[in-house]
Design a protein. Structure first.
Length: 191
């Protein structure tokens, strides 16, 4: 509000403003995920993905992950926003864990729509999922990670997406390739 601030003071205030805006986006993201069930609502899948990426931004920066995103702003869906956000967050967190500590880690997020469905694709360049365990990745309590992982993330994501009339699948994973999951949702909003 004061025009006579020094350059250094102005820069500090800009940093504070950016930090507050980032905190506000994280709070909105948390509120989206924390919403109890209830009524369906119309949501922008691109905005939801932006909110989720803001929520995990710190971890992505700490792990020095290159994040690529292509989010179709016209992609809208009607359903339980909080439930879907939780499912997508499970898959996104798996991608972050898959690239942690890897050289040149990359995560790619794509939100797009075709005539019959909306698609959220999350891919990473971490280790491939072994062929022998691919059939079990959506089973409850199945994990190849050990430690603090209880193996319910992909199971819960699958249950949530299935309840919404969609499907989640591993669409690619192999040595030298990316590992990619696709969440397919019915295109239930027509413009």
């Amino acid at each position: 509000m004061q025009g006579n601030l020094s350059g250094e003071a102005r820069e500090r205030l800009q940093v504070i403003d950016q930090s507050l805006q980032r905190a506000g986006r994280k709070l909105c993201s948390l509120l989206l995920i924390a919403q109890p069930g209830g009524q369906k609502q119309l949501i922008s899948l691109a905005q939801m993905m932006d909110d989720l990426l803001a929520l995990v931004h710190f971890q992505i920066v700490m792990d020095k992950v290159l994040l690529k995103s292509d989010l179709d702003a016209q992609c809208r869906w009607e359903g339980m926003a909080g439930e879907l956000a939780r499912a997508v967050l499970y898959v996104l967190n798996n991608a972050i864990e898959a690239v942690a500590g890897r050289p040149n880690p990359v995560i790619s997020v794509v939100v797009e729509r075709n005539v019959s469905q909306n698609s959220i694709r999350i891919s990473n360049n971490g280790l491939a999922i072994p062929e022998a365990v691919r059939a079990r990745i959506f089973e409850p309590f199945f994990s190849t990670k050990g430690g603090r992982h209880n193996g319910v993330g992909l199971y819960l994501a699958n249950e949530i997406v299935s309840a919404a009339g969609g499907a989640i699948e591993l669409i690619e994973s192999g040595e030298g390739q990316t590992t990619a999951f696709a969440i397919q949702l019915p295109a239930n909003v027509h413009d």
